[in-house]
Design a protein around this ligand. Structure first.
Ligand code: GDP
Length: 516
């Protein structure tokens, strides 16, 4: 069996024999709305030859194009199609680790924005070659020069602008410049000299993984070196899959695939962790041995048992959530969004997570938790799970749009968080005369300085700005006539019930206790 070190070397540095040029894997990054999806869609529409063939399914998350450059030679380019929503930044980050070249899309209308900088940070940290695509040049508000200046201000130095970063001015909408962009990619790949050895067993990364109700656990992989042939066994951490079916990015069954190709395989024993490395073995026994010998295995996605009660020291109320989603990338993205929703004295805690529909065992596991929120994102619930949840009075909520889910959770947080008592001062008055007390009652006279005093209201008794006690207005009079309210500027007489004796010069403050 090949040991782990050798295998890892396979991934980063293919052995010197049989090396062949490897077509580049490209990731598109940039700020939201700067046109990443539009660009990926445009390239796919104009360059993917076979548009039928079962279509390119939503979660395949990568596609290949054949681009004919100026020299007339067709070159293959693989694009990672990671979703553009802000919540998917983690996936984009992984995209860069997986990719050979990054395209940083910057809108000429908006210039450099926070996610442009975030993407740049990831790109430079991973030291991957980059092409800047200045997009939306068809728009009347486009300001290409300003965008270049802003890029330079952020230390993204373009060719002829103090640096070496190649750039192309494009419109992802009309297609202007996209061909130039595509022509640049193989040039950079050639310069970088990406290589692979087709004779080795495949290794690469997991792009996507989910449980399909008909086909079991499905994973999209991108091969970075070697080849995968039907019958080989693929290992991702502790997840294992004998490949009986390999599909290309179009969903067509193929017998083998080699580097830079996105593929789908079926039948993992557990959901492999997205972003992790995969390795292929010619025979299953070697694969199994490899897993057994691996120490410190990180574990694949699985629904962990529910943790018990939160420690008493926590002041914050913990609202537990069980989260099921269709694919691992989405699960992680929405988890990140959920963690952003907090209140001063409460927070959500994801106590269970998993891929696939909500099933009976999920509900069984959580039946002891009180007030647990169960969310299905892009998944349904098994009939038996829904029945069981109804019997146990557990509510399941389903969503397929992230912001709808976060809006709803924000409302839930507002409903479920402990109320904080705050005191709202409604009026202040100065005591001018104070009469003697009988038992705990006392007649006083004064003037309202601000706000108002109300019959039955509670008051604080303040002496030299310190609260010395509290009381209640039992009786209120204005010009010797009983009244329910005395407004600012008016004099009053009143009977107060309190343990403290009020004296002339004290200030009383009326207040309401508000639950916020
Ligand atoms: P993403 O969030 O970066 O994936 O951005 P999208 O691709 O969703 O684009 C955001 C909006 O900008 C959409 O309404 C696009 O139609 C529009 N858009 C993207 N590229 C261009 C372009 O080159 N020109 C024009 N006029 N609109 C564009």
């Amino acid at each position: 069996m090949e040991n782990k070190k050798e295998k890892q070397n396979n991934l980063s540095q293919p052995s010197a024999v049989d090396l062949r040029a490897r077509s580049p894997i490209v990731v598109v990054m940039g700020h939201i709305d700067h046109g990443k999806s539009t660009l990926l869609d445009y390239i796919r529409k104009t360059n993917v030859v076979d548009k039928e063939a079962g279509g390119i399914t939503q979660n395949i998350s990568a596609y290949e194009v054949l681009h004919k450059s100026g020299d007339g030679v067709e070159k293959k380019i693989t694009f990672l199609d990671t979703p553009g929503h802000e919540a998917f930044s983690k996936m984009r980050e992984r995209g860069t680790q997986t990719a050979d070249i990054a395209i940083l899309v910057v809108s000429a209308e908006d210039g450099v924005k926070p996610q442009t900088k975030e993407a740049w940070k990831i790109i430079s940290e991973n030291k991957i070659p980059v092409i800047v695509a200045i997009n939306k040049i068809d728009k009347s508000d486009a300001n290409i020069e300003k965008t270049k200046t802003e890029l330079a201000e952020n230390e993204i130095y373009l060719e002829n602008y103090g640096g070496k970063i190649p750039y192309v001015e494009i419109s992802a909408k009309t297609g202007t410049g996209v061909d130039d962009l595509l022509s640049l990619i193989p040039l950079i790949a050639e310069m970088e000299g990406f290589k692979g050895n087709p004779e080795e067993t495949a290794s690469g990364f997991v792009l996507e993984a989910h449980l399909d109700s008909k086909r079991g656990i499905v994973a999209t992989l991108i091969i970075k070196n070697g080849s995968l042939t039907k019958g080989m066994t693929v290992v991702v951490l502790d997840a294992i899959c004998s490949t009986r079916i390999i599909e290309n990015y179009k969903g067509e069954a193929v017998d083998s695939a080699t580097f830079s190709s996105p593929i789908r395989i079926f039948g993992f024993n557990k959901i492999p962790k997205v972003g992790s490395e995969f390795m292929a073995f010619k025979n299953k026994k070697d694969a199994e041995e490899y897993i057994e010998n691996e120490d410190n295995l990180e574990h694949s996605e699985a629904l962990p048992p529910l943790r018990g009660k939160v420690s008493g020291e926590e002041i914050k109320k913990i609202i537990p959530i069980l989260l099921k989603a269709d694919v691992a990338g989405t699960l992680e993205a929405i988890e990140k969004e959920i963690n952003k929703i907090t209140a001063q004295n409460a927070e959500f805690k994801i106590v269970g997570r998993g891929i696939g529909p909500i099933c009976e065992s999920d509900i069984k596991n959580i039946s002891d938790s009180t007030n647990i929120i169960v969310i299905g994102f892009n998944v349904k619930g098994d009939k038996s799970a829904i029945e069981m949840a109804q019997n146990r009075e557990i509510k399941i909520s389903f969503f397929d749009i992230i912001y709808k889910m976060t809006e709803w959770l924000t409302e839930q947080m507002e409903k479920l968080r402990p109320r904080v008592e705050t005191i709202e001062t409604t009026g202040r008055a100065k005591i001018i005369r104070a009469f003697s007390r009988t038992k705990e009652r006392q007649i006083v006279g004064g003037k309202v300085l601000e706000g108002k005093l109300a019959q039955s209201g509670t008051i604080k008794i303040m002496r030299r700005e310190f609260e010395i006690g509290r009381g209640k207005i039992v009786n209120l009079e204005k010009t010797k006539v009983k009244t329910s309210i005395v407004e600012e500027g008016n004099e009053f007489g009143m009977m107060v019930e309190s343990k403290i004796e009020i004296v002339a010069g004290d200030v009383i403050e009326s207040f309401n206790v508000v639950q916020k």
